[in-house]
Design a protein around this ligand. Structure first.
Ligand SMILES: [Fe+2]
Length: 293
């Protein structure tokens, strides 16, 4: 696949860190105009109380309004398992089209079964406004962006590239954080390795914006790195880790990881493009399937 890389375009990027889930959401703005995309937003949930609030999304909404921006796209890099998406709330307040990778249908198939969703849950991605295929381009004002299919962490993962900025979702973390887990249904460590090689084939100086940071070893939270830095210093890749070594290292590590705290609510909401499921009477409700994951 030949991707339409254009390093001459330098978008403005603003990151918003959500402390509760260690997620970074982004507003990426065309260099010379008001158009922007909003990437990987967070809906706040107090799971033990069953309470949803919008503080994180409201920060982004305030930023967009304060700067007079116009939202063209609300992008999900993948179906997140550790936080709920605020995409529909952002869209309702600011507009824009909600987009995700076309392989969302595979994710919907798997988790439609896990959550016993029945026939009213469509498994065709129709909850989203757009489904991206590998190499698809889309416009944010005068800036052309493209999507790269990067499966491995999940089947529907995509990296979104806008000029010299790439939003890598859960492929790579900061160099000292390594890479994302591959043990969810549909995940595959070998595929993630291949996807990471795709990301690292972007020009060295490409700015990489990651989706999660946990501040390993007590360092301050960070979210921007580059292709060159990842290639040289990523703890899962440096020294030319082979595909086989990567798979072994990834599978060993994944075997030690607990399920993310919010996986049960996150999947149910995010596979619906951020809509909250309802019971027979239209009341918002989440399920907890026992021993289903
Ligand atoms: Fe993820």
């Amino acid at each position: 696949m030949d991707y339409p890389v254009d390093m001459g375009v330098r978008p403005k990027v603003t990151g918003f860190f959500d402390e509760a889930t260690n997620t970074i959401s982004y507003v990426v703005q065309e260099p010379d105009g008001p158009a922007c995309a909003v990437i990987d937003t967070v809906l706040d949930i107090d799971y033990s109380a069953g309470r949803i609030t919008h503080g994180s999304a409201d920060e982004i909404i305030a930023f967009v309004r304060e700067h007079g921006l116009e939202v063209a796209w609300v992008i999900e890099t993948h179906v997140h398992a550790d936080h709920l998406s605020a995409a529909p709330y952002i869209q309702q307040e600011l507009g824009g089209k909600i987009g995700i990778g076309e392989k969302i249908v595979e994710v919907q198939e798997v988790f439609g079964k896990v959550f016993n969703e029945g026939t009213e849950f469509q498994r065709d991605g129709s909850q989203f406004d757009a489904l991206f295929r590998d190499g698809d381009t889309y416009e944010v004002g005068a800036m052309t962006c493209f999507a790269m299919a990067t499966p491995g962490h999940t089947p529907a993962c995509m990296v979104h590239v806008a000029g010299n900025a790439a939003f890598v979702g859960d492929t790579l973390f900061m160099p000292d954080g390594g890479s994302a887990r591959c043990d969810f249904p549909g995940g595959d460590a070998g595929e993630l390795y291949d996807s990471i090689q795709k990301v690292l084939s972007l020009p060295d100086e490409t700015r990489l914006f990651i989706c999660h940071d946990y501040g390993p070893g007590g360092r301050a939270i960070a979210w921007e790195t580059s292709v060159a830095e990842e290639r040289e210093r990523n703890i899962h890749l440096a020294g030319g880790t082979s595909r086989e070594e990567f798979i072994r290292l990834r599978e060993e590590r994944d075997a030690t990881l607990a399920m993310p705290k919010l996986i049960i609510p996150s999947l149910q909401v995010n596979m619906r493009a951020g809509d909250i499921p309802t019971d027979g009477e239209g009341r918002p409700v989440l399920k907890v399937p026992l021993n289903g994951l």
